[in-house]
Every structure is written in C-alpha cells, then in structure tokens.
Design a protein around this ligand. Structure first.
Ligand code: GDP
Ligand code: IMO
Ligand code: MG
Length: 424
C-alpha cells in the first residue's frame, strides 16, 4: 500500500497535529520523517489540549503504530518528558511507539551551539527555537553526529565526550561557554530511558508494512516555506520539510508515495525572523493573533500574522505535488471584512505569480484582491453545504486558482470541528 504524506504548506503551525489525529483512525502506522522538538503539534479532544514535539500525532489511538523516523533529530530529555506527560493520560508507548536507530541525537551542547550562533548573528538571527536543530543537522551532514543506535554501543560515553569536546572548542571561539552539567545529567538519565524503548531499523519495518498492505501516513513538521532548499533561506529550518523529505526521512521510495495532503491556514502566520510578504503589521494583524490564539506551541512566542498568500501556496503545492488540500482556521476569519488574498506579486513593476528567489532583497510587493467576509460563527457547522455563501466563495476561489480540491475544512481546534468535502 502507498504511503500518504501530510505536510504544512506555509511557515509551520498550520494544524498538522490536529489533522493527523483526525485522520489517524484510517491508518495503521503514523511516522514522523523530519524535524525534532522545534515542532509543537497541538491536538484537542474531550476538552483537553495536548502538545506533541517529537512523538507522532497518532499516539492517542491505541491500535496505531507510531514511528519516529531516521530523518528526525531527537532530544532524549524532551522525549522522556513527552512520554511521562502521556503516561498521565494512561497512554502507554509500549508496542505503539518505535524509534529509528538512525535518527540523530540532539546533545546538550547542540542547544548551546544554537544559542551561540544565534547571538553571534545579532539583528540577523533566524529566530530559531533554540532546541539545537540546526547544529544537530550540521553534525549529521558533516558526518560527525551521534545517532540513536549509538546509545547501545559500549563506547557511547567516549563518542559523546569526543563530540562534546569539538563543540566546546566552537563555543570557546564564540565566547559562549556556559555550564550545562545539569542538562548533561538529565541527558544521561534520558539516554537510559531511551535504551528501554523500542529502537528499530525503521526503514525495514516501514517497508515490511508497505508490503503487507498496511496504511501508512507520514507526518511532516514545520512547513514548506521553512524547507532548507525551497524555503525563505536563510530564514528556514535545517531539514527538508517537503514531500521528498518523507522518502529520505523514512526510507520510502518515491514510487511508494500515494496522496499528498497539504495543510494551510485560511490566512498566514510565521514565528521567528524572515520575510513575510503579506504580513499585517497593524491592528488587523493583532486581531488575527488574538482571535486565532497565534502564540507558538513550542516557545510561546507571538506568531506574526498576515493574509493568505496564493503565489506562495501555489509554489508549495508544486514542490510537493499536493493532491488534496485542507484549509484550517477559517473560523478565525469570522467578522473580518473585507478579507484579502494576495493573488500575485509585482516584481520590478511586472505582475507574476512566481516567488522571487530572494524574498529579502528583491523589489516586489504583494497584489491583493478583496473578498466579502462572513459574519457568523462557523465552528458548529457540520457539512460543507451549510457554510455561508461567502465561505463557499472564498474556498471556490482558492480551488480555482491552485487547481487542487480543498477536501477538509477545519473550523476549530477540537477533533470534532472538522468538515469533510468530497474526501475519499
Ligand atoms: P502544527 O504545528 O501544524 O501541528 O500546528 P500548531 O499546533 O502549532 O498550531 C495550530 C494551532 O491552531 C493549535 O493551537 C490548534 O489547536 C489550533 N487549531 C487547529 N485547527 C484549528 C481551527 O480550525 N480553528 C482554530 N480556531 N484553531 C485551530
Ligand atoms: P511545527 O511543526 C513554526 C521556525 C523557527 C525559526 C526557524 C528555524 O510546529 O509547524 P529551528 O529551531 O528549526 O532552527 O528554527 O523555523 N520553526 C517553526 N515555526 N512551526 C514549527 O514547527 C517550527 N519549527 C521551526 O521559529 O524561525
Ligand atoms: Mg506547531
């Protein structure tokens, strides 16, 4: 059976966690393919809100197998905390959560390096989550990194010390030497905890599942505009957040990819630094932030808000070959009138619907169209037909522009606040 992929099409926080949880009952396996604790995936049901960082969002369904793939960078300390938080809700990971031995390990010194690099950049900082993501992927590519499987080796401590020594030299160079011995203590406790977890050769396991006809959903983190190659570089994360990342991050051949579900908010948000063409810096942006509770699930930072950006959405759809779109947080737009959508860019005075390769230094501006807003709450609506005509107009316009159907409309954070439209 083919593997379906679910990913964010904007700058992250589109609502991936909610939708993976909603779709999970259709699947046997949910597998995370990249990113790490920089992600914050929120799920809500039975009046309780859960935030997952590294554990796949299928974990609340007892019959589903969850896999943390080789493309993920794993922080053992945060992982242990996540598992402990789950156990409070009687969610047992035994037999339900498996971790690739090839996933990269985030060391305490990686978070130090993240902070050192960020502070050295001053005004130009990325606004990273400071979870050590960039430095860990750097070590992976430099062929220096440690992987989950290494913790089983008798000389793990020696390997750890050798890498830490290298990090300390860099930290000295950056004049950023702080005591992190407490964190190291927690790290080794968490490593012992991890040793007792189910560590697997995930590429074999996943391919066996594919062969046996199991239904698999690959869960992305971040969003396409944060992709290391295609995002708003250098203001991006350090992994391939796009569909191709599911292949390399899980060991799935491209021919085994099935549906690609692309999630987008009915508007845009971004947390951290970097270009944001449709950003609203005035009262409307603040209103979106308040109504949409746009504060980061991982860092609590306020998210920057702006109108929907169609050229950026089309770009993400193209890169990922999205087969089905899910529109999130339409309920937040209630009472905003008129609504605006950026339909093209003006680059050096010429209209285009392609993004300039450099969103920082190019001479461009977004071109907007106005749409009538809806003035009624839509979170209790259960069928597509029951939405006000303005919602239909908004959705039909996007579908026509991007030429991909919107098959799911999310109208609130809870599992139940989800409307399907021609969804197979
Ligand atoms: P993720 O990182 O893509 O999983 O998204 P986050 O969890 O970081 O951010 C999405 C936020 O929006 C969370 O607080 C969700 O509970 C919330 N959310 C998801 N879908 C909807 C929706 O349709 N309407 C509203 N109002 N909130 C939503
Ligand atoms: P989810 O999976 C939103 C942003 C950071 C920063 C940039 C680089 O919840 O959608 P990093 O720590 O990765 O080096 O930071 O990427 N960022 C996210 N923004 N949602 C996320 O994940 C993010 N993960 C990283 O704010 O701008
Ligand atoms: Mg998030």
């Amino acid at each position: 059976m083919a593997v379906d992929v679910l990913l964010g099409l904007q700058w992250g926080d589109e609502g991936k966690g909610k939708i993976v949880d909603v779709l999970a009952p259709k699947y046997d396996v949910i597998a995370r393919f990249q990113g790490g604790p920089n992600a914050g995936h929120t799920l809500e049901f039975d009046g309780i809100k859960h935030v997952l960082h590294q554990i796949p969002s299928g974990i609340f369904h007892s019959s589903i197998i969850n896999i943390i793939g080789n493309g993920v960078v794993l922080d053992p300390i945060i992982f242990k905390k996540e598992v402990e938080a789950l156990s409070k809700y009687n969610v047992d990971i035994n037999g339900r959560l498996f971790i690739s031995k090839k996933a990269s390990l985030i060391l305490p010194s990686h978070s130090q390096l993240d902070a050192a690099y960020e502070s050295s950049k001053g005004e130009k900082k990325i606004g990273s989550t400071l979870k050590g993501i960039g430095p860990t992927y750097q070590d992976k590519v430099a062929r220096l990194g440690l992987r989950v499987g290494d913790i089983l080796s008798p000389d793990f401590k020696a390997k750890y010390n050798a890498l830490k020594e290298q990090h300390l030299k860099i930290l000295e160079f950056y004049n950023y030497v702080h005591d992190f011995s407490e964190k190291e203590e927690a790290f080794f406790k968490a490593i012992d905890f991890l040793k007792d977890c189910q560590l697997i050769d995930s590429e074999y396991v996943i391919n066996k599942h594919i062969k046996s006809g199991a239904k698999i959903l690959a869960e992305g983190a971040q969003g396409s505009l944060l992709d290391i190659d295609f995002g708003s570089y250098p203001f991006v994360t350090s992994s391939n957040t796009t569909a191709a990342g599911a292949c390399t991050g899980l060991g799935i051949a491209p021919g085994n990819i099935g549906e690609v579900y692309g999630i987008f908010k009915a508007y845009c948000t971004r947390v951290g630094s970097g270009p944001f063409p449709t950003e609203l810096l005035e009262e409307t942006g603040e209103r979106l932030r308040q109504v949409g509770h746009e504060f980061g699930a991982t860092t609590g930072r306020p998210r920057r808000c702006g109108w929907l950006d169609l050229p950026a959405l089309k770009y993400a759809i193209m890169i990922n070959k999205v087969t089905s779109l899910f529109m999130m947080k339409g309920d937040v737009l209630t009472d905003f009138n008129p609504l605006k959508i950026c339909t093209s860019y003006s680059v050096d005075g010429k209209p285009t619907d392609e993004l300039p390769h450099d969103l920082i230094n190019s001479n461009y501006s977004p071109v907007f169209s106005d749409f009538s807003g809806w003035n009624v709450p839509i979170n209790k609506i259960k069928t597509y037909e029951a939405f006000p005509k303005e919602v239909h107009q908004y959705i039909s316009f996007i579908e026509k522009e991007v030429n991909v159907p919107i098959n799911l409309i999310s109208t609130g954070p809870d599992r139940s606040e989800t409307v399907l439209k021609d969804f197979k």
